[in-house]
Design a protein around this ligand. Structure first.
Ligand code: MSP
Length: 629
């Protein structure tokens, strides 16, 4: 029996879980379930990243302690994982005692190896945010979060000798070319390391919410050493009982989003080398789910909440959609329409119809009796099973499910060719239906990692006892009794669905309080007052009407370093098509607001002719993000 250890990233608790987080956890669950069905002893870890500045700041804003915030948000993660049928073996929180113990053990080993030293860290510092920011995030001397002025500050810090591991890392990548997957990402990582590694600051004295550095308590571990260690602390590393660690480490695969690849493929292996511990076998950097061409984020207001989809359609449907819709390595765009289309085509039509039709025919003609069949589908079935195994071993869920759906389509064709409905209760009908039932049993096993509920229902209604891949045999369980069920995935009327969605949105809008408040404006303003308004050039890269409004247009605006969603009241005069591609001036630091339920982060500047808005444009080409002073 093999062993398989898979992990998700640990999620920050400064915000609620969204579809992107759900995606990564569903992917991990899919592989964990597959390996369990292969008979592998499987360990699946997820959890939350609860220390550090982001959490500290959000808690401050909410007027609660960081631990209170973590306790509140962690529940939302746990509830969502339950709803999505996530079958993790453990859930680690970095505020747990067992985690701190493990982190301190790994740190001690790094110290013993001479890899930690004290120096000072120098970088752009924002006094208002009380934090350092990477040089690349500073635009025009302002912090990326709030646009406060930054100054260069020196702070005492402990450093890790990352530079010492450059050669060892490159040697390791050469010996393990599939360490980072997909392979294109391995090249990215290798080039980064080849371009030279600087030592890494691993503590801060300006952050208080975290694990204290031993014997120098004003220093708190900077989040990444703390966070990455979760993959071994959860296994008991650093505790009295390291049994799980000894059994499962090194991890087979750390599944992560592509944005945190460097931390996992460069820093984490270097930390482990320094502590004298084995390295994980694979790091897989998956692509993102985008909405309106941008990665989901709170500031863009384009976050998709997975909860309504589960509530309305079931966790099986959402899981299937996310796994099947886009290749794991690349980005994909989420839309309600795409979701409904996929549900109708693959689930209601292909799989749902096949199942209900087959069960109905078996019931009508043979009181549900399934016999041995004639073996005519066996070869095709086992061949596609082989291809499916290959796709699963290559961490390719979309491809694996495509293989199963091609098989489902062959089964539908098989029934059309054999026409059991045209020759009821004959031997030929009996063997054709029984053969198809055996094939559908295999389908149910193959979809089990993606849709555990549907898989269980199908196998049960066919009268077979559940098996795993390990003990699956095409011809065992010679006779069973099937029973009818209604379509597992009722077809969704798209028009009705969107009508209902709109009316729900309208109702929600009615309960929102109006945003516009009348304020007294001063007659003249000082130059400082004016300067407080940050104006920037932005290029409109996407525009669409806000439903139910003839005035409002939702824009996605490129500001060079980020894309923002901005709602503008110019829809009576301009069509969305006329707006895309234009570079206009925007108020950049306006408080976020909701207009007809749509989040807006900024404001387009426009003139007014007889009550009609007219947008402004520059006489020359201005790069997006340019400041207007
Ligand atoms: N806490 C760190 C990870 C530490 S792991 C030792 C972190 N947390 S996070 O909550 O910001 O992100 C967690 C994961 O969610 C990342 O892998 C990130 O790529 C993923 N996603 C966040 N938004 C996403 C999408 N829109 N689509 C897919 N996954 C994305 O980073």
């Amino acid at each position: 029996m093999g062993k398989f250890y898979i992990s998700t990233p640990i999620y920050y608790v400064n915000d609620n879980p969204h579809l992107g987080h759900a995606y990564c956890t569903i992917l991990a669950d899919f592989f964990a379930r597959y390996h369990r069905l292969m008979g592998d002893e499987t360990y699946f870890l997820t959890g939350t990243d609860e220390h550090g500045q982001k959490v500290q700041k959000t808690a401050e804003k909410e007027g609660i302690s960081p631990k209170e915030l973590a306790d509140k948000v962690v529940v939302r993660y746990k509830e969502l994982w339950k709803k999505l049928d996530i079958s993790h073996n453990d859930f680690i929180r970095t505020t747990e005692e067992r985690h701190t113990k493990g982190v301190l053990k790994i740190l001690r080993k790094m110290i013993e190896n001479g890899d930690i030293y004290k120096d000072s860290y120098e970088g752009p510092y924002c006094v208002s945010c009380e934090s350092f920011f990477p040089e690349k995030d500073i635009v025009d001397g302002k912090c990326p979060d709030f646009g406060h002025p930054v100054t260069v500050l020196k702070e005492e810090s402990y450093f890790f000798r990352l530079s010492k591991y450059q050669k060892s890392l490159l040697d390791f990548y050469s010996a393990n070319p599939d360490f980072v997957l997909p392979s294109s990402r391995m090249n990215e990582v290798r080039s980064f390391v080849e371009s030279g590694l600087k030592d890494l600051s691993i503590t801060r004295t300006s952050i208080h919410w975290g694990i204290n550095f031993p014997d120098d308590e004003k220093h708190v571990l900077y989040v990444w050493l703390d966070a990455l260690s979760n993959y071994i602390t959860a296994l008991g590393y650093g505790s009295e009982n390291e049994e799980l660690y000894n059994k499962f480490w090194p991890c087979d695969i750390h599944l992560i989003g592509k944005d945190i690849l460097r931390f996992h493929a460069v820093y984490w292996p270097a930390f482990l080398m320094s502590a004298g511990l084995p390295l994980p076998k694979h790091i897989f950097g998956h692509g993102w789910w985008m909405k309106d061409q941008s990665k989901m984020s709170k500031s863009l207001g384009n976050i998709v909440d997975p909860n309504p989809f589960v509530d309305e359609f079931s966790s099986d449907v959402l899981r299937y959609f996310l796994l099947r819709e886009k290749p794991i390595g690349t980005d994909g765009s989420f839309s309600d329409e795409g979701f409904i289309d996929r549900l109708n085509a693959d689930l209601a039509n292909d799989l749902g119809n096949l199942t209900s039709r087959l069960l109905a025919l078996l019931d009508q003609q043979f009181q549900g009796r399934v016999t041995e069949g004639d073996g005519s589908l066996k070869e095709m079935a086992l061949k596609q099973l082989d291809d499916y195994y290959k796709a699963m071993e290559n961490f390719a869920p979309k491809e694996a499910l495509e293989i199963v759906w091609a098989f489902i389509s062959s089964l539908n064709k098989f029934l059309v060719a054999r026409e059991p409905w045209a020759k009821p209760k004959t031997k030929d009908s009996e063997t054709a239906l029984s053969e198809a039932a055996r094939a559908l049993r295999l389908v149910s096993l193959q979809i089990a990692p993606a849709m555990p509920h549907a898989a269980g229902t199908i196998i049960k209604s066919l009268g077979f006892t559940p098996v795993s891949f390990k003990n699956f045999k095409w011809d065992d369980q010679q006779e069973t009794r099937a029973y009818r069920i209604s379509n597992l995935f009722p077809r969704v009327d798209k028009k009705e669905y969107f009508k209902e969605l709109e009316s729900k949105k309208e109702k929600a809008m009615e309960t929102e309080k109006p945003q516009e408040e009348k304020r007294e404006e001063p007659k003249t303003v000082s130059i400082d007052y004016f300067r407080a308004v940050e104006l920037k050039a932005g290029k409109i890269i996407h525009a669409e009407r806000v439903p139910k409004s003839n005035k409002l247009v939702k824009l996605i605006v490129d500001f060079g370093t980020e894309n923002r969603q901005i709602v503008a009241g110019i829809g009576k005069k301009y069509s969305p098509e006329e707006l895309v591609g234009r570079t206009c001036p925007f108020v950049y630091n306006l408080e976020p607001a909701k207009l007809m339920g749509v989040e807006s982060n900024g404001m387009i500047l426009a003139g007014n002719i007889d009550g009609e808005p007219v947008i402004l444009q520059f006489l020359e080409d201005v790069p997006p993000g340019s400041k207007i002073t």
